[in-house]
Design a protein around this ligand. Sequence first.
Ligand code: GLC
Ligand code: CA
Length: 514
Amino acid sequence: MSDHPWWQSAVVYQIYPRSFCDTNGDGIGDLEGIRKRLDHLVWLGVDAIWISPFFRSPMKDFGYDVSDYCDVDPLFGTLDDFDRLLAEAHSRGLRVLIDWVPNHTSDQHAWFQEARASRESAKRDWYVWRDGDASTPPNNWRAAFTNGPAWTWDEQTAQWYLHLFLSEQPDLNWQSPAVVAAMHDTLRFWLARGIDGFRMDVIHCIGKDPKLPDAPEAVAKIPYCAQNDHESTHDLLRGIRSVLDEFDGDRVMVGEVYLFDTARVARYYGNTAKGDELHLSFNFPPLYAAWDAGAWRAQIDRAVAEHDPIAAWPTWVLSNHDNKRHRTRYGSEARARAAAVLLLGLRGTPFLYAGEELGLEDAVVPEDRVVDPGGRDGCRAPIPWQPGEGRGWAEGDAWLPWPPNADRKSVAAQRDDPDAIVHLYRRLLAARRASPALQRGSFEWLATDDSALVWQRRLADDLRIVAVNFSGKEVEVETPGSHRIALSTHRDAEGSSFSGRLAPDQAVVLEPSA
Ligand code: GLC
Ligand code: CA
């Protein structure tokens, strides 16, 4: 038995299922495509996968509009396909997290259909309805994507309903005990099938002020931020946590807490010594930090200062399905490589986004191929598995354009080239797995300036130093004692003793010389 929960030392790999691998020629990735590619993930060395939604959905928000929480959308396969995928992942030692979307359903969900049928419907209060006149929404909240009112007028029953996202994504009313019970059952459905946990979509939005008051205009105009982080969410989270606790085996919940105040994010871990809400919470401010030593130093300092050292284990993420990839944001592969060392060298659980190990850039999406209401198509480009026709996808056009240099960056092409970025990720993951200090050790700055950050990780007598050069110039850094380069963005430097000099954009992991 291990002395820590698996998710503290794990590296999680996010799969956006539409974009991973298609096996039936409809141009859309599917569960079978994930199953067939599990060996790549084992070779790479990640510990767990998180699969973005594959439930029944009209796909207005590409799966984040769920019409049945307890079934697989036929686009992605069947429940049997999921069970097979789960079993094969487990047999390879990979944990599986799935995405749970508790704030809203699809307007096509049977619950909403019933709620919307009449004001007297038994499920009317499963959603949030308000009286008013058809021209004045009940408050000034804005919806994500459209930036229009977060309310839609329902002609038939002459009331408004609330939706923080698209009008096809009506918000559930978590004040209703029946909603709480029904949503808890959706968790049990998947926990009983054997999944290892959930990523919880915009979890900080589920509790709302029952009065639904206007927000200050400055806040209201930021889509869906007017109503998040209400105190009642914390009680709801304790209830959700207790459902996970009914099951054995260290099931985990990681929440998307899309707040820009790390101290507020940290509160979602709960307030007892062990934490009684989320096990992990995404911390997004670093995802928006520039590639700059000072900006990153500030983000790391905040995470250290604002997370409870025992109850709140941090997380780190550079890319996901909602934002430009960091390879694109940071502007070069050299920086993306250094960023990989940074991400995997910090204290906390790292989340990788499929394709980041390939150094993929966002696709350039011509106007006539734009499909996402939120403009996020570029980072959702399909993963190229091999060079040439189809790129390892079943015959037929993929749902989005390929990312730039898809042949050269394909998995097969990179695996043949020991200098390729995919091999850096593989060596990094191996270096992390081999070092308790890197996985779970303490964090301490050794040296920082405008160009470079150097820190130390320690657990008992295991010690590693991470040094990252954020600049395009050679820099000198000070490290106490003498060290061997265990890992470097520049492969030819590995194994030699560290001189104190970092080449432009170089990042290294050092271990003490014997
Ligand atoms: C989260 C998801 C995003 C989705 C939204 C609404 O932010 O990551 O993809 O559109 O929630 O569910
Ligand atoms: Ca398919």
